[in-house]
Each structure stands twice: as structure tokens, then as C-alpha cells.
Design a protein around this ligand. Structure first.
Ligand SMILES: Nc1ncnc2c1ncn2[C@@H]1O[C@H](COP(=O)(O)OP(=O)(O)O)[C@@H](O)[C@H]1O
Ligand SMILES: [Mg+2]
Length: 285
């Protein structure tokens, strides 16, 4: 069970004088249960790629296979694909519309023609999984804070019980506390539910702490695809395409260049602290 993206290209405004080559020869394998961060500056093709993964956009050329089946085959059920590969759009709260949060989250499973009890069960479950406060289940989505709206919108997609959950910039516009809370909840979906997570972000700091793998997009192409440690090791190349490694990478490399024998591989603050202490304790012995 996995998703394979096989040499896809996508061109916007194809038959006009100004076609946009948004995706160029993209190849990716997405195994079950992985947490993947997709990074790239604005316009690099991240959102376009995500809309291919759940079949909203169809590649100009190339193929996508989900669990061994070609999603572009005649008769392939794209509607079903969209429930199995859930996509949370950027600023999803703009799509909240029902009278209560609960009714909004019920909307997706209701459309799957499930029994009322199952629909409601899924809605409760999804809202709990995103840490949405129970006392607000039956308030209007329009009375919520930004972070709560975002959670409600994510719950709406989770209630479909997708196997792959794609989140397009889920922390955009949130304060650091709201950001960390949402990312922590998303991480739990991977570790506790074994869900495959694809998180789009333009911030390395955001993804460094959480993901198993980073796909760096640049100008419609996959620029790097590797573990965070490997990707951040290329921080000088990342800078050339307008991105930066997390601050930790710069601190560790800075120490190393000044003659302190730390390993520069740490990608999180706690790893960096441990490594600095290791070297510090060693030199004191
Ligand atoms: N609907 C559209 N029509 C024409 N060009 C588009 C459309 N949507 C996106 N693009 C262009 O495609 C490229 C990739 O955009 P996008 O996938 O939104 O990038 P990202 O999500 O990384 O910011 C950009 O050059 C963007 O301007
Ligand atoms: Mg985008």
C-alpha cells in the first residue's frame, strides 16, 4: 500500500500564449505511515502537487499509482480516492459553513452515505483527535479563534478517515503556541493512528522537529528528497534557492567552524543541546 508519483508534469493555461510549467518530471514514492514535509518557496509547485495526489488536478503527462492502481485509468473511482487521500487546503477555515462546528465536521461522512450514528461517531472522534474543546462542539464556527477554526477544518477532513492526510500550510497565520499545538496533534495522528502525513510548509523550523523525510521543491521540480539531516546538510544550496535550514543547523556549523568539535547533524533544539553538552562534558573530564 503506497502512492507512487511517476514522472508527472503539469502545465497551467496550457493552450494559451503564457503556459505555466508548474510541475516538471516529478517522481515520488510515498510509503505507508511516513511523515513527509514538503518545503519550497511560494510558487514552487507545492499546492499544485498536492492537488494531484488526491486527483483534483490531472497531470498533463505521467502517472500516479495508489495501492498499485493507476488513478488515471478509465473507470477509476476518483471520488473514493479523495476520501482516502484527505486534503486540507491552505486557510481551510474559509470553507467552514454549517451552523455548528459539529454539523460542519459531519458534512463529509454524511456525504459518504454512512448511518447517522457512524457519521456522528466519526465527527466526535475527529474533533477529539485535533484537540478541539468539547464545550465548543455546538457553537457557530464563525465565533471561534483562528486556531480553533483551523482545528475544526482539519477535523472535517479527518472525519472521512483518510489513509493519507495532506495539510497545505496548516500553521499559516497562527501564533507560535497555536502552531506547536496543531503540529503536535498532527504528529500524534502518525504515531498513534499510523496515518501517512504530508505537511506542506515554507518553514524549515516547522517541519524539522516532526518529519521523517523532507521533499524540497524548487521551480516545479524536486530539488532534494531525503531525511532532515541529509537535507539540512545542503544548507548552502538551500540558501541559493531562497530557503534556509533551521537555526540549529547554523549554530552547530558555526560552532564547528570555530573549532568546537560538535557533530553538525542535530536538526532539533534538544538534539543540539545534547550534542553541545556531550562535547562540553568531554572537555571537562
Ligand atoms: N490556477 C492557476 N493558473 C495559472 N497558474 C497557476 C495557477 N495556480 C498556480 N499557478 C502557478 O503555478 C506555479 C506553482 O504554484 P503553486 O502550486 O500554487 O505553488 P506553491 O504552493 O508552492 O506556492 C506558480 O508559478 C503559480 O503562479
Ligand atoms: Mg501553496
Amino acid at each position: 500500500m503506497s502512492m507512487i508519483v511517476d514522472h508527472i508534469n503539469y502545465i497551467y493555461a496550457r493552450d494559451t500564449e503564457n503556459p505555466v510549467y508548474a510541475l516538471k518530471d516529478i517522481c515520488l514514492t510515498i510509503p505507508d505511515g511516513q511523515f513527509i514535509g514538503v518545503i519550497g518557496h511560494t510558487g514552487s509547485g507545492k499546492s499544485t502537487l498536492m492537488q494531484h495526489l488526491n486527483g483534483l488536478l490531472k497531470a498533463s503527462t505521467g502517472s500516479i499509482y495508489f495501492n498499485g492502481e493507476d488513478i488515471y485509468d478509465k473507470g477509476y473511482d476518483l471520488k473514493k480516492l479523495r476520501t482516502r487521500v484527505g486534503l486540507v487546503f491552505q486557510y481551510p477555515e474559509h470553507q467552514l459553513f454549517a451552523e455548528t462546528v459539529f454539523a460542519d465536521v459531519c458534512y463529509g461522512p454524511k456525504n459518504l452515505k454512512l448511518e447517522k450514528q457512524e457519521v456522528e461517531l466519526r465527527a466526535y472522534d475527529a474533533l477529539r483527535k485535533v484537540g478541539f474543546p468539547e464545550e465548543l462542539f455546538f457553537t457557530s464556527p464563525f465565533d471561534l479563534s483562528g486556531g480553533q477554526k483551523r482545528r475544526a477544518a482539519i477535523a472535517g477532513v479527518l472525519a472521512m478517515r483518510p489513509e493519507i492526510l495532506i495539510l497545505d500550510e496548516p500553521t499559516a497565520g497562527l501564533d507560535p503556541k497555536g502552531r506547536d499545538e496543531i503540529l503536535d496533534q498532527i504528529k500524534k495522528l502518525q504515531t498513534k493512528e499510523n496515518m501517512t502525513i504530508i505537511l506542506v510548509s515554507h518553514s524549515m523550523e516547522d517541519v524539522a522537529e516532526y518529519v521523517d523525510r523532507i521533499v524540497v521543491m524548487n521551480d516545479g521540480e524536486v530539488f532534494l528528497d531525503n531525511t532532515p539531516k541529509e537535507v539540512f546538510g545542503h544548507y548552502k544550496e538551500l540558501e541559493k534557492i531562497g530557503l534556509a535550514a533551521p537555526q540549529v543547523t547554523y549554530i552547530m556549523n558555526g560552532l564547528y567552524e570555530r573549532g568546537i568539535p560538535v557533530s553538525t547533524e542535530a536538526t532539533t533544539i534538544s538534539e543540539a543541546a545534547d550534542e553541545i553538552m556531550r562535547v562540553f562534558n568531554k572537555s571537562n573530564n
